[in-house]
Design a binder for this molecule. Structure first.
Ligand code: NAD
Length: 327
């Protein structure tokens, strides 16, 4: 897909955390955006700032329903498919629900987009595909055995997308996101991600709960970097990108204890009493990867990915939003 602006892009899961930032970035790049979401794990508040713009449209729809998918792709040239049920623990507790959305829903979208003649289908994969692989940094060809039903769905998404490229010549690009964080990531509920949950704990002066010894590591990635690469993946003209998957991370490794300390010092600038709050260690969690660090050279080379916001800078951007909305 070359970069003839403007284009009409569908973002599924566009009312979600990453989706709402993707909508912003696509609009800023000159595209028109249709956002489709069933609001299963998000609130329309996330896109309230976009509603009313002539270049933006919200349609309520469910990717488990083929007719909703067909309606959503009508007239679009590109798809950014982000709708999914996140969370490893959720998928262990209810694998059928995760399967229905992340796999059957994914296939509905792939089919709908192919029948519509969509020029490029960019979709969210995940670092969870590295499963039990011990290799560090993680490089795209070397995935391991999945550790959760969620990981199975993401591996299978990649297999399907790559099959569609080979079988139908359909243009797909997969992005393996690594621990994304930032404004609008939901801190509430049993399946909330670590960073928003920890921020919420600190703001309530409660110790954040860390599974295991806290020395497990992650490649935390600010959502602005992710939104940027989504736009780049839609535009990328190099034919070597088609049918490929790319690591999307910052490319640095941080333990959970280091993360909590960085968060604490950022939050203490707003509320000095937070520096007195400790951390609590609880039992390890099934399905979790021990260490995670991405080699991002492939996305840099082929997509022009250039993440500029590291963990500390990202926390500095995200924390004021949490203080305003959850403090
Ligand atoms: N946040 C991360 O760290 C991370 C890491 C790796 C991969 N991902 C992937 O990135 C994508 C976006 O994740 P996120 O963190 O923004 O999560 P999110 O829960 O905020 O966004 C997902 C969106 O999909 C919507 N959705 C769920 N089921 C749907 C359905 N049946 N039909 C239509 N919409 C539906 C939800 O309402 C939500 O708005 C997901 O595919 C996720 O698996 C996220």
């Amino acid at each position: 897909m070359n970069s003839n602006h403007p284009r009409h892009i569908l973002v599924t899961g566009g009312a979600g955390f990453i989706g709402s930032h993707a909508c912003n970035a696509l609009l800023a790049a000159g595209h028109t955006v249709r956002c489709m979401d069933n609001l299963a794990t998000s609130k329309q508040d996330n896109i309230a700032h976009l509603e009313g713009l002539p270049e933006f449209e919200f349609v309520e729809g469910d990717i488990r329903n083929a007719a909703d998918c067909a309606r959503a792709v009508d007239g679009v040239e590109g798809v950014v498919h982000l709708a999914a049920l996140g969370s490893v623990p959720r998928s262990i507790k209810d694998p059928l629900a995760t399967h229905a959305t992340n796999l059957t829903g994914f296939l509905h979208m792939l089919e709908a987009a192919r029948f519509e003649g969509v020029k490029r289908f960019v979709y969210a994969s995940s670092s969870s595909v590295y499963g039990d692989s011990k290799e560090l940094p993680k490089r795209e060809p070397n995935i391991g055995l999945p550790l959760s039903p969620y990981a199975v769905t993401k591996v299978t998404n990649e297999v399907y997308a790559q099959l569609y490229t080979r079988l139908h010549g359909f243009d797909t690009i997969g992005l393996r996101f690594f621990n994304v964080f930032g404004e609008r990531q939901d801190p509430e509920g049993p399946y909330a991600a670590a960073i928003p949950k920890f921020i919420r704990n600190f703001l309530k002066h409660q110790p954040p709960q860390i599974h295991g010894d806290g020395l497990q590591s992650r490649d935390f990635t600010y959502v602005g970097n992710v939104a940027q690469v989504i736009v780049q993946a839609l535009d990328a003209a190099d034919p070597r990108c088609v049918g490929e998957v790319f690591n999307v991370a910052f490319g640095a490794r941080t333990t959970l204890v280091e993360l909590v300390k960085a968060l604490q010092s950022e939050l203490a600038t707003v509320d000095p009493a937070i520096s007195e709050v400790g951390m609590k260690f609880i039992e390890e969690r099934a399905g979790d990867i021990r260490d995670s660090l991405a080699d991002i050279s492939k996305a840099k080379e082929l997509l022009g990915y250039a993440p500029s916001i590291d963990l500390k800078a990202g926390l500095r951007k995200a924390v004021p939003w949490y203080v305003k909305n959850w403090g």
